[in-house]
Design a protein around this ligand. Structure first.
Ligand SMILES: CCCCC/C=C\C/C=C\CCCCCCCC(=O)SCCNC(=O)CCNC(=O)[C@H](O)C(C)(C)COP(=O)(O)OP(=O)(O)OC[C@H]1O[C@@H](n2cnc3c(N)ncnc32)[C@H](O)[C@@H]1OP(=O)(O)O
Ligand SMILES: CCCCCCCCCCCCCCCCO
Length: 479
């Protein structure tokens, strides 16, 4: 892997005692038919003694020199990885339901990874009712994002329920690269300089487009000149103070087909529906606490900028910003406002050439990164009020050594000035929401999940009614 890219380096830079920058994945599996009593213990033993450990699982950080430390660390291979440390076995207290699992995973997600070792942990959790168990995997965001995570997962798991003797997750290599493609190398000090020079050269070549896109963002923020939601224009809210180290997680599952049908009927994108459900739940949640800002909350939405054929690691995301229309009481008008806002944000992002997206992202996010580095995060206007991320996951049912993957939920990160992250990840027929929040800011965060379910019922009913009224009017007009 060697040189670390600027986006990945940013996640490392803003890591702090209160803001760990790892992400996670919670999977629920059913035990294979006829699993022995020692199935999980045996499985863990097998995983801990895996012979090969490949990227990204064997990568640890190194600071090649004093100068390297100033610029960025590099990735080196840990040739003596201690799997007994990384692979953990836990059990749930009775009755071993979703509640007990949520409490345990909230605690596991609150702990930092060890920065002297490869930046991941793998937990097998037994004692989940109805013959099931769970896997919680944690990895630093500098090594993985939602899209690379899904691609990795698809290589590890199988669509064949009868496949056995499967490799440990950390032994599954990337797909073979075509000949002639450069692979990672041991980093040298020159790499650090070349990295900086490349970045400056690339930036100079693309300056006109970048300046134009950033000016539009800045002007829309200052003058409210167009409907493009800009960073640092969202209102202050209880979600945008400083956060503490402990996390709380909540989950929610919906039928993907139901949401897609609703999106079609409402002439919206699936992502608009995700934003609508999250914004509507937040509106109700904050209204009940008498702290809904008058101005609409904004969402920071990670956008995948990874090429379709890339199965590498690290981060390849940009951000767009959309209004959540939390100041609009009428549900249909709220959805229309969100649709308009995401339409403009997408068109803005698409106006940029692909090779400028990393620089654009860094320039857009750097004031926030600076806030975080200088301790001002959560003490000034937030970059956006809440992060809402939508990750397309595997469509097929997946298995590991005969154990069926029943469900999986994304668990993400938060930072000062943004106490809540909502990420959804599809799997098969379902869209699975993971809420990650600051434990102290959001004591009743599960309500957000409940309210988003109720917002869905309400919108479903309104859109069906609208469709029926429309049809009735057409029939009448025909007569
Ligand atoms: C046992 C071994 C264990 C090992 C575990 C190893 C690794 C862990 C595994 C997984 C890790 C997950 C960890 C989660 C970490 C979270 C951290 C992050 O969040 S990083 C940021 C990630 N986010 C992204 O990269 C964003 C990606 N999304 C996009 O870019 C989106 O496209 C969008 C910009 C948000 C929205 O785009 P658009 O407006 O164009 O979307 P539409 O709604 O119009 O959709 C277009 C098209 O796609 C379909 N769609 C949309 N969303 C989904 C979805 N979630 N699932 C399925 N399909 C989806 C939609 O229906 C449209 O389709 P069609 O055109 O056919 O109608
Ligand atoms: C890709 C740019 C890197 C930005 C670096 C750190 C800023 C921290 C912001 C945290 C809020 C965003 C969380 C998004 C998580 C999903 O990717």
């Amino acid at each position: 892997m060697g040189r670390i890219n600027i986006l990945d380096a940013s996640w490392l830079a803003v890591e702090s005692e209160e803001t760990s920058m790892h992400v996670g994945n919670l999977q629920i599996l059913s035990l294979p038919p006829n699993a022995s009593k020692t199935y999980l213990r045996d499985e863990i033993q097998r995983l801990k003694t895996a012979f090969d450990v490949v990227k990204p699982w064997n990568q640890k950080l190194a600071y090649p020199s004093f100068l390297g430390k100033l610029l960025a660390p590099t990735w080196v291979e840990d040739k003596d990885i201690d799997l007994d440390y990384h692979v953990r076995h836990s059990a749930l207290p009775k009755p071993g339901g979703e509640r007990e699992l949520g409490i345990l995973v909230s605690r596991l997600h609150s702990n930092h990874v060890d920065f002297k070792r490869p930046l991941w942990e793998f937990h097998i959790i037994e004692g989940l009712e109805n013959n099931r168990y769970a896997i919680y995997t944690k990895m630093h965001h500098s090594l993985i994002d939602g899209i690379s995570g899904v691609r990795l997962l698809q290589r590890i798991l199988s669509t064949d329920p009868n496949e056995r003797e499967m490799l440990a997750p950390w032994s599954v290599g990337p797909k073979k690269k075509p000949k002639g493609v450069a692979t990672g190398h041991t980093p040298t000090i020159q790499d650090v300089f070349y990295h900086a020079i490349d970045a400056i050269k690339e930036q100079a070549n693309n300056t006109p487009q970048l300046v134009s896109a950033l000016s539009r963002l800045v002007l829309s923020g200052i003058k409210g000149r167009d409907e493009l939601a800009a960073p640092f224009v969202g209102p202050q809210s209880v979600l945008n103070m400083r956060v503490k180290a402990q996390r709380r997680i909540a989950t929610q599952q919906y039928s993907l087909d139901r949401l897609k049908k609703l999106a079609k009927d409402a002439d919206a994108s699936l992502n608009d529906i995700v934003l609508y459900l999250s914004g509507s739940a937040l509106r109700r949640f904050l209204l009940e606490r008498d702290c809904l800002p008058q101005q609409a909350l904004t969402a920071g939405i990670p956008v995948n900028i990874r090429p379709a054929d890339d199965d590498g690691t690290g981060t390849a995301i940009s951000f767009m910003i959309s209004s959540l229309a939390t100041n609009v009481a009428d549900p249909i008008k709220r959805l229309e406002t969100i649709k308009e806002s995401t339409h403009i944000a997408k068109e803005h992002l698409q106006s940029l050439p692909r090779n400028t997206l990393n620089q654009y992202t860094m320039l857009m996010m750097s004031p926030y990164i600076l806030q975080l580095l200088t301790g001002l995060g959560g003490r000034m206007r937030p970059a956006f009020n809440v992060t809402i991320s939508n990750v397309p996951g595997p469509k097929e049912t997946l298995y590991y050594n005969g154990a069926k993957l029943e469900a999986m939920y994304p668990i993400s990160l938060i930072a000062h000035g943004g106490a809540l992250n909502i990420t959804c990840l599809s799997y098969g027929e379902s869209l699975n929401f993971g809420y990650t929040g600051c434990r102290d800011t959001l004591p009743s965060m599960q309500n957000l999940a409940v309210y988003s379910g109720e917002a869905l019922e309400e919108l479903d009913a309104l859109i069906s009614k609208k469709a029926k009224t429309g049809k009735a009017k057409t029939r009448k007009a025909k007569k």
